[in-house]
Design a binder for this molecule. Structure first.
Ligand code: FAD
Length: 387
């Protein structure tokens, strides 16, 4: 994918500059930023630790489709083909990312992991695989919001002899046919895996819930939930909370009797705290019909059993922890004082931290309007700021 010569599409690109902008991470965020930079004639080199672009997407579970629409998920300068349908599959998204890098003739160097970034005068020095030291005039960090799988250190975890895995390692329901499975966590991933297990023939599926989620229909009468997210994004939180509550009451049946009461906090207040609503891809029906059983949160393991927050002890054959990810930025930029207490960059998009001019971040929020859409917007802002 590395291209050393100028071409007709980007006649203004400056390849003589030996200090390119380095983009760390070849996922959608990094590729979008590199393409937007290139469009403005700024040389950008993407450093990707795995062997190909879109590495995260290659590892997601088989049935995954975007919850955001094809149109609102495309990256700058290349629409997704109509043949992908409205809800793009995992494999099609990977195809799109490969095509995207090729179409924009991005310089992508694979197999290079950046371990530390530090200032070097007005430039930036990147320490990378194999003792490489690379100097860039700026850096865009796009290493992913879902970087490091987080598996809680439940007391007694070692006593559990069933299969315990993080959702990031789940592929499909085949190994769980006929099994009793506990899915822990009811974000979008946990909700979808629970449904996948039911449809794939698991004997029993329980879903451990600590905080009841807001559940919204992916689309209502053809109107995608994401579009509502885009429209309300800048409105006052209490107003959106009220509207969201009403929308949920109309569109989603009351599942209190089945163990999933309505949340008592506002939908948008929760988004502000980092929890986006669960988009229904079958959970409502599965809970309503008893095929997915909500249970109390998982607190510990004891003597090989799973101990729930209400004291119940159960013995599932397998536990799938849909317990989220960490940003994993501490080692790379933690020493620069650019992270908040939750390990997220203090600024993002076209702005850089005051003490670290030239250090950009993209993809570190989880907005109600869709992360892909937001990264496309950030890419343009970063490119504008850097050109
Ligand atoms: C299951 C799931 C479903 C999602 N569905 C949607 C959806 O429907 N719509 C939507 O808008 N968003 C969705 N998202 C959120 C988001 O769009 C994706 O996570 C997206 O892949 C984020 O892109 P990214 O480039 O920021 O990170 P990633 O795709 O994670 O890419 C980061 C890249 O950086 C590389 N990397 C990491 N560390 C280093 C390093 N130190 N040096 C070099 N390379 C490094 C990784 O190998 C990876 O290729 C979903 C997320 C998940 C987990």
């Amino acid at each position: 994918m590395t291209d050393e010569k100028d071409n007709d599409r980007y006649p203004g690109i400056d390849r003589t500059n030996d200090r390119p902008v380095y983009v760390v991470g070849g996922g959608p965020g990094g590729l979008a930023a590199a393409a937007a930079l290139r469009e403005r004639g700024v040389r950008a080199v993407v450093l990707e630790k795995s062997e190909s672009v879109g590495a995260s997407w290659r590892l997601h579970y088989d049935r995954l489709h975007l919850h955001t629409t094809r149109r609102l998920s495309a990256l700058p300068g290349l629409p997704m083909p109509r043949s992908f349908g409205r809800w793009v599959s995992r494999d099609d998204l990977v195809r799109y990312l490969e095509k995207y890098a090729e179409f924009h003739e991005l310089e992508v160097v694979t197999g290079v992991e950046v371990s530390r970034i530090e200032p070097a005068g007005s430039d930036w020095l990147l320490h990378a695989t194999g003792g490489r030291e690379l100097t860039g005039r700026a850096v865009v960090v796009a290493t992913g919001y879902n970087h490091t799988p987080h598996l809680p250190d439940w007391p007694g975890r070692d006593t559990y002899t069933g299969g315990l895995l993080h959702a990031g390692d789940y592929r499909n329901p085949v190994p769980y046919a006929g099994k009793d499975v506990l899915v822990v966590g009811v974000g979008n991933t946990g909700a979808e895996i629970a449904v996948d297990l039911v449809e794939g023939g698991a004997a029993r599926v329980r879903l451990a819930v600590r905080t009841v989620p807001h559940i919204v229909r992916r689309s209502t009468a053809g109107w995608p939930a994401q579009r509502t997210g885009v429209l309300v994004r800048r409105l006052p939180v209490p107003l959106v909370d009220k509207a969201g509550d009403l929308m949920c009451r109309i569109a989603v049946p009351d599942l209190t009797e089945q163990g999933l009461p309505r949340p008592d906090t506002g939908l948008y207040s929760r988004v502000e705290q980092g929890a986006i609503p669960v988009q229904d891809v079958g959970l409502i029906d599965a809970v309503r019909t008893g095929r997915v059983e909500p249970v109390a949160a998982l607190d510990a393991f004891d003597d090989g059993k799973a101990v729930l927050a209400d004291g119940t002890r159960i013995s599932p054959d397998a536990v799938i922890a849909a317990t989220g990810y960490r940003r994993g930025l501490e080692g790379v930029v933690g020493h620069l004082g650019v992270l908040d207490e939750r390990g997220r960059p203090v600024v993002r998009g076209g702005r850089t931290p005051e003490q670290a001019p030239g250090l950009y971040f993209t993809g570190f929020t989880n907005p109600i309007s869709g992360m892909l859409r937001e990264m496309a917007i950030d890419a343009r802002k970063i490119a504008k700021a850097l050109s």
